[in-house]
Design a binder for this molecule. Structure first.
Ligand code: SIN
Ligand code: FE2
Length: 214
């Protein structure tokens, strides 16, 4: 059990849906190392607000590390081996990233997960991510591992059909959500980030989304 900010006891492992697991506080011990690595990644590949195929500028700023990076522009969503902004490779995935992703996947029932892509999402107050599926990866047998750092957010998690009810899941600093198997194509999103101040990140939320893209 872990205690949240109000001192309530929460189960450390909660099943959100078949194949989808919330591991509360799982990344807390490594959070400082992860945030230091985010700073290093962003120094090499700066956060940027990408454009959707429909022409909208996303409110979430993004960068990537690893062999492949998720990008969007007017041509569509895809994984790219190079950063379109620099023309060079994405920064390598830090060992601390790989370790936390593999460890969380194993704890959630997906042993042997080796991510080759990490999308780093940066939310300022008001930033949101509308419900979507992660479906640009080659092999959907691998799970998604999503690490929350900094300001809390309300995560929406539904089912494989856009019309499925979205449940609201509060996510705090150090929480990890893993989804795969029957939940691999679940719709998910993030409600507009509330104003706030977090000791580790100031007025930001950082999310690390690990995938096996290739
Ligand atoms: C994502 O779906 O890429 C990000 C989810 C999150 O920020 O929690
Ligand atoms: Fe996603």
């Amino acid at each position: 059990m872990t205690a949240d900010l109000l001192g309530r006891l929460l189960p450390a492992r909660e099943e959100l849906a078949p194949g989808a697991v919330l591991l509360r506080g799982h990344a807390l011990p490594v959070a400082p190392a992860l945030l230091a690595a985010v700073t290093a990644v962003a120094a090499a590949a700066p956060f940027r607000r990408m454009v959707t195929p429909g022409g909208f500028v996303m409110s979430v700023a993004m960068t990537n590390c690893g062999a492949a990076g998720w990008v969007t522009d007017r041509r569509g969503y895809r994984y790219a081996g190079t950063d379109p902004q620099s023309g060079g490779p994405w920064p390598p995935m830090p060992a601390s990233f790989r370790d936390v992703a593999s460890g969380a996947a194993a704890a959630a029932g997906y042993p042997g997960f080796e991510p080759d892509a990490c999308l780093v999402n940066r939310y300022e107050p008001g930033a949101r991510l509308s419900p979507h599926q992660d479906r640009d990866e080659a092999d959907l047998a691998h799970p998604i591992v999503s690490v929350s750092l900094g300001l809390p957010a309300t995560f929406q998690f539904g089912g494989p059909d856009r019309r499925d009810r979205l449940r609201r899941v509060p996510l705090a600093h150090g929480d990890i959500v893993v989804w795969g198997g029957p939940s691999r194509l679940a719709f998910h999103g993030v409600l507009p980030l509330a104003e706030g101040e977090h000791p580790a990140t100031g007025n930001l939320r950082i999310n690390l989304t690990f995938r096996r893209a290739a």
